[in-house]
Design a protein around this ligand. Sequence first.
Ligand SMILES: [Ca+2]
Ligand SMILES: [Ca+2]
Length: 246
Amino acid sequence: MSCSFSHTPGPWVVLAALLLFGQQSFAAAGDIRFQDDFESGFAWATACGGGTAGINTYTSQSPTTSMFLAASRVCAISPVIDVSDLFGGTGGAVLTAWLRRGVLGAPFGQSDMPEFADSLSVYYFSTGSWVLIQTFDGEFGFPWDTGGDVLQFFFALPQNGLHANLCLGFLLNQGGGANQDFWHVDDVVLTETQVSPPLAPGVCDAFDGPSATNWTFAGTGTGGVSGVTSGDVPVGEHDDGNLRHV
Ligand SMILES: [Ca+2]
Ligand SMILES: [Ca+2]
C-alpha cells in the first residue's frame, strides 16, 4: 500500500507553516496529535486488495462506532499527520489503538471471527515506504476459540516516523470472502511524548594527580593538591568512619 495522502506542499502551505511555527513551541508531552474514534464518519483511504473497510456499530470502545476490515486483503490508511517538529529532539509520539477480533456467531455482515491466517498488521509510513509494526494472528477457530478478543495496541514511533507525511495503516492480510473475517479498530490516537535528555556523564575528581588541572583558583590564597590528607583509603589501611588504622 502507499500513503496516498502524501503531497508536495504548495507555496501557501509553506507560508501557513511558517506562520504556525511561532505557535508550535506550545506543543508538549500529552498533546494529542491525531485521534480518530470513528464516531463522525470514515476519513481513511482503502486500498491493497478486494476486501472491505469502513465503520459499523457492531462493537466499539468509544461510544458506538469503530472501523472494520473484512472479507479479504484490504488496508485502511489514515489521513496525513505532520509530526516533523518532533524529529531530532527529546520528543516523540506514541501510537495507541483498540483492536478486536471478530466474533463467532455474530450477526451476518457485522462481524465474523477471523481464522488464524486472517491476520491484521499495523504499519506506519516512513520516508517513502511502509514499516511493519506488528502482526496480530486470527483465532484457531471453533471449538478452541470463539473470537472477540480485545487487544490494546501501543507503539512508540522511532525517529524515522517523525516527519511531515506520517500515515498509519491497518492491513487485513487475507480473508475468506464477503462478510467474513472481521477485525475491528477504534480510538486510534497518536500522543506526543517527552523523554528526559541524556544525563551528562558524571565527573569525579579524586585529586590524585600531581596538580589540580581541572580547577581554576582565584584570589590571593593558594590552592592545589596535597598528600597530607585525603578521602581515599590507601592500600593497607581500613576506614571505620572516623579513624584510619594501618
Ligand atoms: Ca468509536
Ligand atoms: Ca471466519
